[in-house]
Structure formats: structure tokens, C-alpha cells
Design a protein around this ligand. Sequence first.
Ligand SMILES: O=P(O)(O)OC[C@H]1O[C@H](OP(=O)(O)OP(=O)(O)O)[C@H](O)[C@@H]1O
Ligand SMILES: Nc1ncnc2[nH]cnc12
Length: 186
Amino acid sequence: MARPCRAGATKKERAVANLNDLIRNIPDFPIPGIQFKDITTLISNGPAFAQVVDTLAERYAPLNIDAVVGIESRGFIFSAPLAYRLGVGLVPVRKHGKLPAATHRVEYELEYGSNKLEIHRDAFPTGARVVVIDDLLATGGTVAAACELVQMAGGRVEEVAFIIELEFLKGRDKLTRYPVYSMLQY
Ligand SMILES: O=P(O)(O)OC[C@H]1O[C@H](OP(=O)(O)OP(=O)(O)O)[C@H](O)[C@@H]1O
Ligand SMILES: Nc1ncnc2[nH]cnc12
């Protein structure tokens, strides 16, 4: 449920409250017991989508980032415009079997199953400073695997960032080696 915005809230607090209102809860998707956070209702709203990308761009512009890593598939939605705004390249981390050249691969568990992620072996020059972007942090398995892949490919994770964090699943506990940023917490 969306949180109400208290009287006297700052402009930033009101903006976050509005983004909260645009995330739709779908019970029992994709399996019974999962409360799915649907971002399609946020990204179909132009000003809200722009606000999310602008917030990320303002945060990472000062960090001298060499590349943005986006996690398939919902992470691509936010990582591509962020890379464009920062004027750096986008490196995709994809589900197995999708990347055409030589890859590193890591298997991981998520809230509703397990999967394998890959990155191209030649994705970065050694020591590249990267920010890893996904839409949502749940158990942290996906992003932990993505960070491992970044390191295998020679990159350095400066921060991992999400639009949504499901705090009760304690994904941050798997990410103690990296700074973690999330825009909305549930
Ligand atoms: O923190 P975790 O428990 O690992 O879960 C979070 C991941 O789950 C979702 O992706 P999903 O694998 O459903 O793929 P999609 O983006 O292609 O829908 C979400 O977009 C994150 O990548
Ligand atoms: N509850 C959830 N809602 C949306 N995406 C997810 N990915 C993992 N858990 C999720």
C-alpha cells in the first residue's frame, strides 16, 4: 500500500511518496505467496520515469563512473537512460545463453527460483569503475551474482542501485562488500 505523505513534507519526500503511489502490488505473482511490485505503472508515467533517471544521474555524475552495468531485463529499463545521461557505456548482464561472445557465468537463487547470469569476458578494461543497476532488491541473489561477474570481468563495483528494496528479505546482507542505494523501501 502507498504511504501517505505527511503534512510539511519536503519536496524530495513528496516526490518519493508520489513514486510509491505509482508502484502496483500484484498478489500471488508469479507464484502464490509473492507480492509482486509492478513497475510498469511507474515507467509509463513520463515525469515519474524521468524523475527516477534524473535522481540516479545526479547521484552518479560526480563518481567518475566508467560504465553502467544493467541486469536483464528490468534493470535495462533504468540502466540504459542512466548510461546515456552519464555519457558512458552500458554493459549488459544477461540470463545464460543470450550473450554471443565469450562469457563468465554465475548461478544464483532468487525469491522464486534459480537462474544463471553471464557477462562478456571483455566487457571492461581492468579496474573500470562501474555502478550496477537493477529495478528491485529482494533476496540479493541476482545482484550478488552480477557483482561477482563484474569482478570476474575486471571491473570494480562502486555502488549497486535499485529503484525498490524489499527490506524484509534482507538482500543487503549479501552485499556487505559494496555500497547499496535504493530509492523506495518496503
Ligand atoms: O534480489 P533477488 O531475490 O535476486 O530478486 C531480484 C531480481 O528479480 C527480478 O528479476 P527476474 O529474475 O524476475 O527477471 P526479469 O527482470 O527479467 O523480470 C528483479 O528484476 C531482480 O533482478
Ligand atoms: N516481489 C517482487 N516483485 C517484483 N520483482 C521481484 N523480483 C523478486 N521479487 C520480486
